[in-house]
Design a protein around this ligand. Sequence first.
Ligand code: SAH
Ligand code: SF4
Ligand code: F3S
Length: 472
Amino acid sequence: MSKKKPAQRILNNASRSFRIFTFGCQMNENDSEKISGMLKALGYVEEMDVNKAGLVILNTCSVRENADERVFGNIGAYKTVKKNNPDLILAVCGCMMQQPEIVNQIVTKYPQVDLVFGTHNFHQLPQMLNNYMVNGKRLVEVWEDSDTIIEDLPVDRKYPFKGFVTIMNGCNNFCTYCIVPYTRGREVSRQPERIFSEVAALVADGCVEVTLLGQNVNSYGNDLGDEVNFANLLRQLNTIEKLKRIRFMTSHPKDLTDAVIDAIAECDKVCNYIHLPIQSGSSRVLKAMNRKYTQDDILNRVDAIRKKIPGVAITTDLIVGFPGETEEDFLETLKVIELCHFDSAFTFLYSIRTGTPAATMADQIPDSVKHERINRCLEVLHRISHDINQTYQNQVVEVLVEETSRNNPERLTGRTRTGKVVNFPGEPGDIGKQLMVKITQAKTFSLDGEKIPQEDTDGAAHSNDDPIPANS
Ligand code: SAH
Ligand code: SF4
Ligand code: F3S
């Protein structure tokens, strides 16, 4: 079989169909929504079956080694898919493509890949597709960095009632373990007016919840002059009348100022929930990670959050087994978890990322130790989650209903303002609504409940606090 594509391939209707697979974080999900938006604007339709689709896009993540491995496994499988579906165009984009060694590997070992583009130039996909149609030759186009944000791309959002809004691209922090500054470039903030009008337009379309995205939202606006900062952005968005919930991620503890905490506390639409990745509780490890805060700083910030934001839920990210992490360092992390009383945490085994400073640090920790530590960590975290969730028992909470439950079509699932997953019996017609739900059973990872008669849901939607007992 010839590997060559026939020149002058004309797009017929059958090939104007696509499927996107998204790996990684919400930033990638939001990029995929834009890619999907562009394709739909070109007349493409979604096709779930990759054996029938005209175009498959893998939007990749590189944050840990197993993320890379998953993607390579997926690309590998397309050798067979392409035998069944020889006209398929396979595109690979996202964070992995920002690393020249990975692109090299794809170019030399994976002939089934037709298009390669990166995080800074995904808006070029329509042009690339066009060129590919004309020339039938593999195209690889990756921008190293970009100091502008492409505005006004169509966004094909997954949910009509909630949406992601990227407020800034990139990261300037260079934590020593992390690949993201290399894959996403330097921080570039969007103009506040642009963000405001995107959110206002979303709300006019019926959206009630927005999640503002950035690698470190607390440094939003540092590149835009004195008046532009995250606290002010929250206050501005809080004036959008029909918007009910504002969420954001991620907050870096080093930049979480009192002004931001005050804004969260004072803006009724900003949910009483903060994802605050601490990574470690040991000041020594934090220094080696280049996180620019100490254990005391963490405790001080968490204290300030709890004092000012009633009923707040705090979640975190933790890395265990960073190079040089001793048993004493790890015990400091466990201590901080107890003191901070996190609602939940994403825990990760440290993963070597080639090209980052930590990759070549001495004293890499053996896998067995990493596993042993993560299990101890999870034990503490699960106990705390369970205890916090118990305080929701018999309470009435406001839930934004997101979808029918995956394993029971007669049940719905949604989230409280504090980010807790609540499952309860209900009709699909309730999806997208904010309902008052009484918690009947609190579990470690979710809450079960039942709808109560809905009286003043609009008023409730404006309350910043889940009615949680004072002891939480
Ligand atoms: N910008 C966010 C994090 C983005 S990456 C922040 O600073 O909070 C998401 C999470 O992946 C990080 O918080 C960290 O816990 C984890 N992570 C990043 N690089 C990692 C690595 N090399 N090994 C293990 N976990 C890593
Ligand atoms: Fe990575 Fe640190 Fe930037 Fe987060 S702040 S994306 S962990 S470098
Ligand atoms: Fe992964 Fe890139 Fe996000 S590396 S975590 S998809 S910014």
